[in-house]
Write a protein that binds this ligand. Structure first.
Ligand code: GLU
Length: 468
């Protein structure tokens, strides 16, 4: 299989879009480059007493806004090129969805399955310590979050390590995706998958685009395949099936399955928990190779794992009409061209998986404001709504039961407000992409997304001027 240089792939997309913008070569180069690249290696004492060297990176791609923001990945595939590419994607993603951060990314080159919980804790804490030492973490500097192979537990260790060394008023805002008790926010775990759902919903409700694909509008009845049933893939699938989409194919580490009749997501999850594998579930057929998932018949293909999955080698066999990029960089630039040529609709990663960083932004705001969303107004709204309901009852002579009253007078709490903010941001960003696509008479949303991001970042550079 051809080896794709990931950062080069991102820059190919950048260059295509840059040609439509007004910025001169120097500004475009400055936007494209990674501003700082930090390579770390440190020793880990393993549970058996032996010592192993662990390698990690933190890349801050763009400081046009601070803090910089982006997850930390635990994967044996992590390297400098990957971390740089992912950091760059974070800058474009944040700009596109109007989240006021520069882009960054971190990675530790380990496969988490090979380490015990206490080893993972030592790795995470030491990695954090190395970031603190070089000022690569802080509420106003650089704020990590979960990514592939990490979750709330690791973020809890990060904030705790940070506070041991640098505790102050805003220190809990040094990382997002934390457990609730450590300053986390409701809805962060589900956020990326939920955002993927909102993004797909926008796309399939666009009548002209669906007409061009020969598909009816709406999610209901559409078939989809997902690569990766991790946090993002699972929550995206859950929301889609909740609206009547049909899950027909799944690819996971142990293999891939396909069932044109559709599969029940929760039953599949329970089956995998019990047997340790998705293979043999219900009436599904096992596919020869994991990567074969991309060649299966379905309306929406959702890569929700790692980069460079749809490439020049398999793109001409991808049958799905909609490619929904829940992962970062799943489609290489040559594959993008092949899919575009045959008229597929690609919902690009920088837009579609932005839900994670959007809700991270809400978490960071909550932490520096030191007040939970809804705390000031929930009760007030509820009481006002109750007064209206009582007024309606007296005018109409009708009496509402307890359940109806609870529904009608529900005041928005943290979970409601986070979800509403996420939905609003995903809808607005989609509208911006469509507008640019129409204005420039483009045929794809990825170029529109990049033009939007470059325009916002470039304008900031123009307005800031260049420090001598
Ligand atoms: N790792 C996620 C991403 O790739 C979230 C980053 C964040 O919340 O800062 O967008």
């Amino acid at each position: 299989m051809a080896k794709y240089n990931f950062f080069e792939q991102v820059n190919k997309n950048f260059d295509r879009a840059a040609a439509y913008t007004r910025f001169d070569k120097g500004i475009l180069e400055q936007i494209k480059m990674c501003n700082t690249v930090y390579h770390i290696s440190f020793p880990l004492r393993r549970d058996d007493g032996s010592v192993e060297v662990i390698e990690g990176w933190r890349v801050e791609h763009s400081h046009h806004k601070l803090p910089t923001k982006g997850g930390i990945r635990f994967s044996h595939k992590v390297d400098e090129d990957e971390t740089m590419a992912l950091a760059a994607l974070m800058s474009y993603k944040c700009a596109l969805v109007d989240v006021p951060f520069g882009g960054a990314k971190g990675g530790v080159k380990i496969s988490r399955r090979n380490y015990s919980e206490s080893e993972l804790e030592r790795i995470t804490r030491r990695y954090t310590f190395e970031l603190i030492k070089k000022e690569f973490i802080g509420p106003g500097i650089d704020v990590p979050a979960p990514d592939y192979g990490t979750g709330a537990q690791e973020m809890g260790w990060i904030v705790d390590t940070y506070r041991q060394i640098k505790d102050d008023l805003n220190s809990i805002a040094c990382v997002t995706g934390k457990p609730l008790a450590q300053g986390g926010i409701r809805g962060r775990t589900e956020a990326t998958g939920r955002g993927v759902y909102f993004g797909i919903r926008e796309a399939v409700n666009h009548k002209a685009d669906m007409d061009a694909l020969g598909l009816p509008i709406g999610i209901e009845g559409k078939t989809f395949c997902v690569q990766g049933l991790g946090n993002v893939g699972y929550h995206a699938s859950k929301n889609l099936t909740g609206d009547g989409a049909i899950l027909v194919g799944v690819s996971e580490l142990e293999g891939a399955i396909y069932d044109p009749k559709g599969m029940d997501l929760e039953e599949l999850i329970a089956f995998r928990k019990e047997t340790g594998s998705i293979i043999g579930f219900g009436t599904s057929q096992e596919l020869e190779k994991n990567i074969d998932i991309f060649e299966q018949q379905c309306d929406i293909m959702i890569p929700a794992a790692l980069e460079s999955q749809i490439t020049g080698e398999n793109a001409d066999r991808v049958k799905a009409k909609i490619i929904a990029e829940a992962a970062n960089g799943p489609t290489t630039a040559d594959a993008h061209d092949i899919l575009k040529e045959r008229g597929a609709l690609i919902i690009p990663d920088t837009y579609l998986n932005a839900g994670g960083v959007i809700v991270s932004y809400f978490e960071w705001l909550k932490d520096i404001q030191h007040v939970r969303y809804g705390r000031m107004n929930k009760r007030f709204d509820q009481n006002s709504l109750l007064k209206i309901v009582r007024e309606l009852e007296s005018i109409s002579g009708k009496k509402y039961d307890e359940e109806a009253i609870a529904k009608l007078t529900h005041g928005a709490g943290e979970a409601d407000l986070v979800d509403s903010g996420l939905e609003e941001t995903m809808i607005t960003a989609y509208e911006q992409m469509i507008e640019i696509r129409n204005n420039y008479e483009l045929r794809d949303l990825r170029t529109a997304a990049f033009i939007n991001a470059i325009d916002k970042i470039g304008t900031m550079y123009e307005q800031m001027g260049i420090f001598p």
